[in-house]
Design a protein around this ligand. Structure first.
Ligand code: KIV
Length: 518
């Protein structure tokens, strides 16, 4: 085997599934295993077969299907150093072209004294016997010394040497309780490789829990020290605080190839899909700021960063989102975004604006972005439409104030720019603030149309979404539609009403000139 290849051992279906509330049925496990195959992982640990009939079934199904594909991964099951466990595991992985049995026993004194009630000699004997037993069923046997990072290094070296002599092909050094610090864990791996005379006959493996948030850093330190298998899970799912995140380790090894100089067989473009699948099947949401697969991992909201990204992506991105299966980076339009990001997004939506027009749009955009956290495409489309209609509109809303409430007479004050440039202010009372606003507008414009319809809908999602109002009015047999949008629904209503009045005004002039019926 290529001595620089790092084996990616996925344990989402075993350690990941041990996360509280994350248990998966056989059909769901198979779905995940199929995606792990597309992702190109080298080993799939499908479960702990002796733990239940369902788990044995799940591992066997995976062995039968994914395990028999062309160029399949090894299909592995976990077993304690107990004959019954090993036999259940052997039965489950048997249909696979490349079966693996993974046996484990604790090696720290804490576990020996308080949990196993065994001496060190007894542990070595049991480990050796179990590896030999597992080797009867398959040539690929992994041995894990549980709680390695709190074990005596000399004892660890003794156990590993003995199990390699017994036929173990992989020796795993688990940081079972997430206790290690990266340079310390790296040193442990380096020293073990020096101390164990037959270590060249086995692959050294890492398995790091995330109790101190250091699982990925520890795994990388181990690779640097010569480990050539990393055990990990999709989205870092696992016992307690979780396990080493596959996507983070893989992308660190790929992005910093200059430092690690190792090869991996992962088709990274399948990462996002794997993450979404595991999240939806387990119900464990991926936090937005999670590296690689979080919703914000490739989203930029600062104006300076957006400008940089648009000029040259690498200014603020060390990975290409396409490499992990994410279509493109997101430039979130917020109040911190600049003209460049706005222009880029508008162009994407089909609007090519000249400098003057863009400046006007930018003023509107900033006003909206101050009121709502994110400005979405629908918001921009409505701003662009508003801008286009206002450019042709004769009456433009300049100011609006309303008051209403329980025991308050609804009143509205409006200021409107007229076609001749005059700015007129009027106030009115009504049945509600919208009614008061439309009456005040009527006073300025001088029309009194009948309101036929009034509709309000949220234009985008979230509490700070813009409301879009559409109104139908009628006067002299002419039925006219007006629309307006704003984060304030009274303002959206006033804009929609004025939009309809502007159209009515034009229609009336047209009629006066050309006669009714033309
Ligand atoms: O955390 C641990 O020690 C384990 C081993 C069985 C690998 O899960």
């Amino acid at each position: 085997m290529d001595s620089n290849k790092v084996i990616i051992f996925d344990t989402t279906l075993r350690d990941g599934e041990q996360a509280p509330g994350c248990s998966l049925g056989p059909a769901e496990k198979l779905q995940v295993a199929e995606q792990l195959y597309r992702l190109g992982v080298d080993v799939i640990e499908g479960g702990f077969p002796v733990s239940s009939k369902g788990d044995l079934e799940a591992v066997r199904n995976i062995a039968k299907s994914v395990g028999r594909q062309p160029d399949p991964p090894e299909i592995c099951g976990l077993a304690r150093c107990v004959k019954g466990d090993i036999e259940a595991c052997a039965e489950a992985v048997k249909p696979a072209k490349r079966p693996r049995i993974h046996v484990f026993i604790a090696c720290s004194d804490i576990h020996l004294v308080h949990k196993l009630h065994m001496t060190r000699d007894q542990v070595v004997a049991r480990a050796v016997e179990s590896v030999k037993w597992a080797r009867k069923y398959t040539d690929s046997v992994e041995f894990s010394a549980e709680d390695s990072t709190r074990s005596d290094i000399h004892f660890l070296a003794r156990v590993f040497e003995a199990v390699i002599n017994a036929g173990a092909t992989t020796v795993n050094v688990p940081d079972t309780v997430g206790f290690a610090i990266p340079n310390e864990y790296g040193e442990l791996i380096r020293k073990l490789r020096e101390m164990i005379p037959n270590i060249h006959k086995a692959v050294v493996s890492t398995h790091c829990q995330d109790d101190l948030g250091l699982s990925v850093a520890n795994s990388l330190a181990a690779v640097k020290a010569g480990a050539r298998q990393v055990e990990c899970t999709i989205n870092g799912l696992g016992e307690r605080a979780g396990n080493t995140s596959l996507e983070e380790v893989v992308m660190a090894l790929k992005t910093r190839k200059d430092l690690f100089d190792v090869t991996i067989g992962i088709h990274t473009k399948e990462i996002a899909k794997a993450s979404r699948l595991v999240s939806s099947l387990t119900g464990v949401l991926v936090p937005p700021n999670k590296a690689i697969v979080g919703a914000n991992a490739f989203a930029h909201s600062s104006g300076i960063h957006q400008d940089g990204i648009l000029k040259y992506r690498q200014t603020y991105e060390i990975m290409n989102p396409k490499d992990v299966g994410i279509e493109e980076s997101t430039l979130l339009l917020t109040s911190r975004s600049g003209r460049h990001a706005l222009e880029n997004r508008l162009r994407h939506l089909g609007y090519k604006l000249n400098k003057k027009h863009l400046n006007e749009m930018f003023v509107r955009f900033k006003a909206l972005a101050d009121k709502k956290r994110y400005v979405f495409d629908d918001d921009l489309l409505s701003l662009a439409e508003e801008e286009a209609t206002e450019m042709q509109e004769e009456y433009v809303l300049d100011y609006l104030h309303t008051s209403s409430g329980h025991g308050v007479v609804p009143t509205a004050t409006v200021r409107i720019k007229k076609p001749n440039g005059d700015v007129i202010q009027e106030a009115a009372c009504g049945d509600g603030p919208v009614d008061a606003a439309t009456k005040a507008i009527d006073k300025v414009v001088g029309f009194k149309p009948k309101m036929l319809d009034y509709n309000l809908r949220a234009l985008t999602s979230g509490k700070d979404a813009q409301g879009e109002v559409s109104i139908r009015i009628e006067e002299g047999g002419m039925i006219i539609l007006g629309r307006g949008a704003s984060t304030d629904i009274i303002e959206a209503s006033a804009k929609a009403y004025l939009n309809a009045l502007n159209k009515l005004s034009k229609a009336k002039r047209y009629r006066a000139k050309n006669g009714k019926g033309n």
